[in-house]
Design a protein around this ligand. Sequence first.
Ligand SMILES: [Fe+2]
Ligand SMILES: [Fe+2]
Length: 463
Amino acid sequence: MLQALGRRLVSHFYKVAKTVGMFGFSNVITKEAVVTFMETSTSLFSQHDQVMLQTASECLFVNETRLKIDIEGFASFKFIIEELKRREIGGVYFRRGMSEADLCEFLRLFVQFDEEAGEAYAKIEEGLVAGGIHSIGLEEARELAEQVDQSEVAEGHREVSITTYFQSIFVAKQFMDSSRGVRTTNLRKANRVVHSIVDLVAEDERTLLALTQIKNYDDCLFTHSANVCVLAVALGQNIGLDKQLLGDLGLAAILHDLGLVGVAPSGDPDSPDQHPALGVRRILAGQGVSQASLRCALATLEHHLREDGSGFPELDPAHQCSLLGRIIAITDFYDTITTPDSGGSPTFSPEEALRLMAHEGREVFPHSLVKAFVNTIGTYPLGTAVKLSTDEVGIVHSRSTTLGDLNRPKVKIIQDADGKPVPHEVVDLTDVDPETGAHLRSIVAAIPAYAYFDDFQSFTDTL
Ligand SMILES: [Fe+2]
Ligand SMILES: [Fe+2]
């Protein structure tokens, strides 16, 4: 309830702030946007005395509930986060009793004071006090940051993410080892791991997403299953799937290639094409028929089907793939083409793969989902090693938050221009030289993590 209303509030705040900025208050579109915002806030006030909209760590919260981002909401989320940050505002609260006049005065101040250097926050607050408005107030950005020791939280989260990632590889291996069916004990373990992945991704998916860059651990098939699971859950959470569906999606992702085990490269070129159907039989034999197992089986059946009717197995041409099947198709394809194989197929770098899927793959994959996938992992996925224009080498640490600068993530420098290791420092590639306006650093080449690091430990030390 709060989740849905909170998302509506963000979307309407976006519309009203945009229209006021563009057209002023006398325009009919602005008037409608003000009325819509008032209606949504009135719905929230029927259950809450105060509605607090806050931003922290690139997320939005309404009354401390983290709002899930979805495809339609993406632009409004980014806009609100950016606009609040630009004014050094950590949160805005709206209180029951807020009038239309209060809202309009706040919007007028918000649009008027958008300059940088920390003055916007103070001026808006002064304006609210001067106008005698008590139903709307601000919280400073740094007050939020002081509430928790972020470094301790991050360290604990990183360790749990690494452990969970390896558990997911282990669980995939157990399934593949008992390939004739899915044993109940394995299933319970898998469900536990998948739910940990869902929780970790909801908190902060950065470490888990970076770990999917590992491509050569033990047997590729188990790592592949774990990677598809993390990528699929992250994409699913980005488009707003609920926890139940995310759990089914994660399990389907772990199991999607179960049918490959025991399918010998017998010289029969059609044999691998049987693996989706074989996987379905094994899943249903082990899990029995339930809503969850059917969703899982259907996604497994569909993971090599394409939007233009190509792919396998051959189904009724009118068949529409399920959302979970489509998500697994995208993440499976991405992980497969970015992983080196013993057969010598060409390996794409993450950004080449994303470009291929977004452009040449237009007819093959649902475009809106591919866009959401790029938004989920970033044009330069987290954990990618990058060579910079300064000759330094770094690791992509977090996505760019500026819509126009998605190719300029934050990067952790690990090696200086002379090739010497340096204490890790995070730099923002959107930073510019104040005199010339030129970017201080740019990416000149991206190197997949598996190709750059000799061992797993040296990779995880950089995360
Ligand atoms: Fe497959
Ligand atoms: Fe696969």
